[in-house]
Design a protein around this ligand. Sequence first.
Ligand code: GDP
Length: 306
Amino acid sequence: MLVLSGGTGTPKLLGGLRQLVPDEDITVVVNTAEDLWVSGNLVCPDIDTVTYLFAGLLDTDKWWGIEGDTYNTHEALASAGHDEVLRLGDRDRGTHIMRSEFIRQGASLTEAVNRTARMLGVGANILPMCDEPVSSMITTDGGKVHYQDFWVGQRGKPGVLGVEYQGAGNTTITDAIRQVVEREDNIIIGPSNPITSIGPILAVKGMRELMGSKHVVAVSPIIGCEPVSGPAGKLMSACGCEVSSKGVMQCYEDLLDVFVLDERDGQGQRDAGDMDVDVDMVVVDTMMTSPEKSAVLAGVVMEQFV
Ligand code: GDP
């Protein structure tokens, strides 16, 4: 099973999928355009969330970091006057140190992520979207900043004028991703932010073409004209997309075969139904407020496979 993921909505769905299939049968291609070097180590927020989910370590109140982690290093640095843009837990930082050491020793990001995941006991195959650095850069009314500076540093407050995937032009599809996509018939696009989580994955050079012949099932992260959480609405508007399930469908364009929307999203159902596209619509409860609800939605998604 192959799933494209960011760091909140899709991991909730992955939590459901892994109740239905063995972890070893799940491959997750994860966004890396929110990655950032912090105090000498590469932080990969979405990869970390997915890794901790499969390692049974994830803090599922926040959907980032390790449950019960402490912040001694971060606080010691801050009190010495060294501020970090991300509040990193101590054990979480241990993961970043390991991964960064592998990279410093010459490993690709794919190898470094794989080795780190194995060391944490992960059975799933977690693949970064590419090995080259890509950054989601947000043009705000105060200037162009990295996604983390916008969302964490400035709490998502500035007005947004545009988003670009810096470095995407230099990417290539990794052998690991090519092999998995070639052997899978179905691809799940989870309910993640279409601009800063799924958009960068699809911007890897050749990715859309590689996925073109596959049966793609996507879950909408938008209900009505609001995302369930996070800055997707502001970012979609800035990119000229309608903030709606219809807007999400337009982001995935010709890739889509099945679109799963929320039963509360009457407008989305009407608009998506009016679109002149050959996409099956499935209307269910997509709010994953418990592991049980995640498993039910995961089951519905798997029923759409060919
Ligand atoms: P990020 O990397 O932290 O931005 O996380 P993602 O991009 O993976 O997920 C953010 C998106 O998940 C937001 O657009 C939310 O609307 C969506 N989301 C979060 N929880 C749920 C849920 O329970 N159901 C649905 N349908 N979408 C969700």
